[in-house]
Design a protein around this ligand. Structure first.
Ligand SMILES: Cc1cc2nc3c(=O)[nH]c(=O)nc-3n(C[C@H](O)[C@H](O)[C@H](O)COP(=O)(O)O)c2cc1C
Length: 227
């Protein structure tokens, strides 16, 4: 079901959207290819399920927020919780919502580093080592800050009223999209370098290269756009 169809169903049935935020840690270190494979899975499945969200990864830790129709969110979260690639799955927030935070993203991805943390207001002094399951479990406000700081800038509906401000919103969308592609491209380059050590590209990497090229050529690929 498309995003628009899901929303329409929510409105006509008077259903609320559900947003779930959880933390977990990788079972064993994720290679760059494994990370890309995971993101591919999100970008293929989520639009079909009417799901949008944010996945933050760093220091071997995942912080993910998923939103969509109640049943779809519960079902994917159940699946994710049983995924052997991570452990210590713990739900931090489960909230009903009337609108999406991540309208444009089937799964917005952010790789957290010391450097990227320096840009987060309120977390400039936060050490990446503290971005771990146990710390976040007892400091949910830090998880909230991180989630909020990675919400797309253009979420304020009031901005749409003025043409000039609408243009700013569109520019922010375009910038967000560029930053996302840049992140994915950087991951892919690292992945190719990883394989370079063994001199040949394997089939998974060739497939990922192909799909990344297509995604970069069609700039809207992987995004869920309301119609
Ligand atoms: C940290 C983490 C986040 C995940 N997020 C998603 C997601 O947003 N959407 C999704 O379809 N699968 C996600 N998965 C993968 C699911 O656990 C599961 O493997 C996948 O949905 C199965 O897809 P398939 O039925 O197409 O094989 C995630 C897995 C991990 C470890």
């Amino acid at each position: 079901m498309t995003w628009a169809a899901t929303t329409l169903k929510c409105i006509t049935k008077g259903l609320h959207l559900l947003r779930i935020t959880y933390i977990s840690e990788e079972s064993k270190p994720f290679s760059i290819s494994a990370l890309l494979e995971l993101l591919q899975q999100c970008h293929i499945n989520n639009p079909r399920l009417g799901l949008t969200g944010l996945l933050i990864y760093g220091n071997g830790t995942f912080l993910q927020s998923i939103e969509g129709e109640d049943e779809a969110v519960k079902s994917i979260v159940d699946k994710i919780s049983q995924d052997q690639r991570h452990r210590g799955f713990k739900i931090l927030r489960k909230e009903l919502a009337t609108e999406r935070f991540y309208t444009d993203w089937s799964m917005r991805f952010e790789r957290l580093t010391e450097e990227s943390l320096r840009k987060v207001p309120g977390l400039r002094e936060f050490a990446i080592k503290k971005f771990n399951r146990d710390y976040l479990d007892t400091h949910v406000e830090i998880a909230d800050l991180l989630i909020d700081s990675h919400r797309p800038a253009a979420q304020n509906p009031a901005l749409d009223k003025e043409v000039r401000e609408k243009q700013i919103v569109e520019l922010r969308h375009a910038l967000d999209a560029c930053q996302q592609r840049q992140q994915m491209a950087a991951l892919l380059i690292e992945s190719v370098m990883e394989t370079g050590k063994h001199s040949r590209l394997d089939n998974t990497q060739l497939r990922l290269c192909n799909s990344m090229l297509n995604s970069m050529r069609k700039s809207t690929k992987g995004r869920v756009r309301p119609t």
